[in-house]
Design a protein around this ligand. Structure first.
Ligand code: SF4
Ligand code: SF4
Length: 176
């Protein structure tokens, strides 16, 4: 029994080697050759803009609260019309684990993960990205998304008075 196991254990590895020897190698010669990651690949983070060119981020701190390694920080401020924005916004990529929790938590689709994985640096401090490094001039994965135009705006008009907003329903009309 032990002899048979010994013979099998000696032959089996050769069989596995022989089986794989004719397979197409999956190794690529990076950086001369580059693999195109899937669109959902989680790498460099960006801050996107709405279709009107405005900043989507309303500085709600949800991404910062969701981040398990605490690498997002910002300072919120308010425009005269009540819309919030981040005066500064910082991500420390030397701590980021690219989990995507921040993008999941964002209610305005402002913070998004991209497949751009080529941004490693030797100096950790150069991996601290400020708002001007993160902010892009497009809408990222969804250029049409426009919810944020209303998000963060204070109630400056009576309910139902904002553009694209229906007047509230009188609940008594729903009674039998
Ligand atoms: S990807 Fe994860 S670790 Fe990186 S900033 Fe977002 S929540 Fe934090
Ligand atoms: S969750 Fe989105 S809107 Fe809120 S602070 Fe983060 S990026 Fe800005």
């Amino acid at each position: 029994m032990n002899l048979w196991r010994g013979i099998k254990g000696s032959i089996q590895p050769f069989g596995i080697t022989f089986r794989n020897i004719f397979r197409k190698p999956s190794t690529i010669q990076y950086p001369e050759q580059k693999r195109t990651p899937a669109p959902r690949f989680r790498a460099r983070i960006i801050l996107t803009r709405d279709p009107d060119g405005g900043e989507r981020c309303v500085a709600c701190y949800l991404c910062s609260a969701a981040c398990p390694v605490d690498c997002i920080s910002m300072q919120s401020a308010e425009r005269p019309d009540g819309r919030r924005y981040a005066t500064w916004f910082r991500i420390n990529f030397s701590r980021c684990i690219f989990c995507g929790m921040c993008a999941e938590a964002c209610p305005t689709l402002a913070i998004q993960m991209t497949p751009d994985y080529e941004f490693s640096k030797r100096e950790p401090l150069t991996l601290v990205y400020e708002k001007e490094d993160l902010l892009v001039d497009h809408g990222g994965k969804d250029n049409e998304y426009n919810y944020y135009r209303h998000a963060g705006i204070g109630v400056v008009n009576p309910r139902g008075g904002n553009p694209d907003e229906a007047p509230p329903v009188d609940i008594r009309t729903n009674l039998p």
